[in-house]
Design a protein around this ligand. Sequence first.
Ligand code: GDP
Ligand code: IMO
Ligand code: MG
Length: 430
Amino acid sequence: MSGLCIIGLQWGDEAKGKLVDLLTAKQEVVVRYQGGANAGHTVVVGDQTYKLHHIPSGILNAEVLNVITGGVVLNPPTMLDEIQSLADRNIQVKRNLKISDRAHVVMPWHLAEDRALDRATQGDNNIGTTLRGIGPCYRDKVGRSYAIRLGDLYRPEFPERVREIVAVKQRVLAGIGDESEMASLNADEIIRQYQGYAEQLKDFVCDTNTLLLDAAEAGKKLLFEGAQGALLDIDHGTFPFVTSSNSSGLGVCAGSGVPPRWIDKVIGVAKCYSTRVGGGPFPTELHDEVGQNIRDVGKEYGTTTGRPRRCGWFDAVAVRYTSRLSGIDTLAMMMLDVLSCVDEINICTAYDIGGTVVKEFPSHAEDLKVVKPIYETLPGWKVDITEVRNYEDLPQQARDYLDRVSELVGRPVEIVSVGPDRAQTMFREL
Ligand code: GDP
Ligand code: IMO
Ligand code: MG
């Protein structure tokens, strides 16, 4: 048996998609278990680039079964677009994609609520969501009374339920003060559209709990693909500037329906620097030309929303915290090539909070907002490393940098990435 998890250790976009695609060759099932279309996972194969939102990054390997479980919140039209755009590029989807009937459905009112709340909370308190309806959908899941799961779309009571919920949601939207969003909700239109989506999705829908438990008990190799990153975890991240699911390693079991006994390895994915999209504290953020340089060289613009990503130095306090929290065995350090653009590299080794040196990650966003990062400065290497294929051939400064990161985080570096392509990856024997 083998259950391998890939978990982002920062604020998302650590290049999980690249890694999952790469590791899929040795797996039999790839599982997406939380989040939804807020995720944007990029896989580059030769001259082809694929951007995946719901569909697991194992989909490019025709031999592997890809499963979307009940922990995911699913947007049917986006999902159908994703399926269609892969099919248009001759990627096999029909046979090797399964979606849980327990997955909650992102409905038009969730998108409207996300937009309305975003407009209502501008300024420092704005979370800067992806506007994909993720928070409102998970809120209804936890609230239960107004939730709709994928399996509900096929039931005779679905139209009545939509009419009932639309009446309530119109009052909610009016309460937030958004008349235009309220007017856009038409129950009959929604019923017709979503029954149409359900019909198109029906061959993919099944009870994935049974499917995955059978697979695990039959000794199949499972790979769990995390979305977002551990610092965006609803319970353990930089709350309230987080997403609405457990995006750290702690979310794997609840989201997938596969218990911990089947997990035997967790790889933590981190960039060699830090990025964040949206609002919230970011102690090592760079507001100068070094930050802009990293953004330009790393092409740091959101895969889902196109927003420029905020860039900063590697934060070892944060990544040590999320590595422990997620039960990380080894590290995959991505985007090392991007650091070729800087003369010197800073690593944050501790925080200064009002004159006190702190090495633990604060639990309150307001505390995190005022910490001052304490840096250790290492020399850069200033040469192109995108063609390097063996760890030993990396410049000494780059290996020293990775050694220091590993020491501070407390985990060995097993994988190093020096470019988006599958080939630009090094594996180390540990
Ligand atoms: P994910 O959400 O964690 O899957 O990451 P994204 O796909 O949102 O963002 C990662 C971006 O970096 C994508 O455009 C990848 O193609 C690209 N990428 C992946 N690995 C590397 C790398 O080692 N170096 C560089 N320069 N780009 C990379
Ligand atoms: P992947 O899987 C980076 C961020 C948003 C916002 C916060 C809440 O590609 O790494 P949400 O729409 O989830 O309610 O937004 O979380 N966010 C991400 N940032 N990568 C992601 O996914 C993200 N998914 C959500 O920018 O700050
Ligand atoms: Mg992404």
